[in-house]
Design a protein around this ligand. Sequence first.
Ligand code: UD1
Ligand code: MG
Length: 508
Amino acid sequence: MSQPHLRTVVVLAAGEGKRMKSALPKVLHPLLGRTLLGHVLSAAAPLRADRTVVVVGHGADQVRAHLAEFAPEATPVLQERQLGTGHAVRIALDAVPEVTGTVVVINGDVPLLRPETVAALVEAHESAGAAATVLAAEVPDPTGLGRIVRDAEGRLEQIVEERDATPEQRGLREINAGIYAFDVARLREALGKLSTDNEQGEEYLTDVFGLLRDAGEPVAVHCAADHVETLGCNDRVELAALRQLLRDRVNEGWMRTGVSILDPHTTWIDVTVTVERDAVIDQNTQLQGATAVGAGALVGPDTTLVDTTVGAGASVVRSHAVGAEVGPQASVGPYAYLRPESRLARKAKVGTFVETKKATIGEGSKVPHLSYVGDATIGEHSNIGAATVFVNYDGVRKHHTTIGNHARTGADNMFVAPVRVGDGAYTAAGSVVVSDVPPGAMAVARGQQRNVEGWVLRKRAGTPAAEAAQRAREGASDEAPAAREGERIHERPETMGGPVNAGDTATE
Ligand code: UD1
Ligand code: MG
């Protein structure tokens, strides 16, 4: 489609946001995956503006740093003192003297604004050939907002700030949303005429409307379909309210595309997340950042995923994951912690009370219980016994452990990295593996067991343990009189110390 107008976007973000009571500038507060400023810039993005100017002031360095990352194409312009919204727009336009056409001005604190609404405002403004168009909305509670004052014919007469309004004007419920489209040339001219003759002694952008109208220029009002979009954010209570509204909007969007959200009130999905069809999101679940959930996957309950991908048909139950990749049909949890660079291949399993970090777990391999897997590569179809620690840290550096394909490692193993366990190798339960295990070998690396016969009867005589032992020895005496002999030490030959894997694939 041809674009008849050049467009410029100006976002006002220099205010302090005093009532947030925060070291962070108000516009940098996060809301489901983006800052307030990020939401506003995203709402304006489809306009494909030739220039985007962001007026910064309070916390300018922080806001600039955020822009460099989030919207490098935007130009920050410093407003050293916050002398009002009119002053802010004047400074912004001074920085881009070459622009013509339409300028869209958006307050930096209206994060629920939708791109469609901005587009409709601009479209209405441009097709009417207006000098200025304001986005307005009827709200249940207009307290603190500028009111739209119309004349007898219903045409915009002026915008009055609440502090400067008459009691009658205060009764109006149609408010200025703080989002406008202007013809740049006529806006520049009107900005030059602003006074500070108001209760706050500031240059009000809103006064431009009265000035233009008095000069016979066409000014217009565009009404927002849903007043919720125009809600601003002045303190943390309002921010929390906006968060709930956005949560509901996001959840509804996903449910309409075929995602099941079992308890929408306790499911928080960032606007940056993607979820495919037939995924099921169970209650108390947060999906954040660049998280992507595949078709038919189950996530939750009680799960937080940050920058994590979950493959089709996988399940992640009561777990926490950051920067992880869960392959298709893989299974995680309950109660797992996947840290960055954890990569589970297809049908891999990370079970209960297992923590992983920089760990690749091959197709069909399992780490079912009570383990730490850090700096490791586990091949395909291997099973790691319960309570295993990949000992990756020597106090100074991290080292890597490699487990081959079809390996079976015993319960309660320590893999002291760097170490390798070959394909098809076994390790005995309780082993501390410090040297490489060749393919197909059985590694036994633990102290030998010795039983001191009759010790309890002699050293703990009269205790319930000694009595129980006595009864057992008497009961067993018919079959095994030898067991009652005096002190004797039995040792189990090492060759009998095969793996006793709580998580052996064969027994699951
Ligand atoms: C403004 C409007 C009001 C409207 C409301 C909607 C004016 C005079 N009033 O009031 O009619 O109903 O928004 O939310 O415009 N800012 C700067 N530099 C400044 C002053 C403000 O960059 O010198 C920025 C703020 O950071 C904020 C935006 O402009 O993002 C609006 O400023 P704010 O002080 O919140 O204006 P309101 O009193 O809310
Ligand atoms: Mg405000």
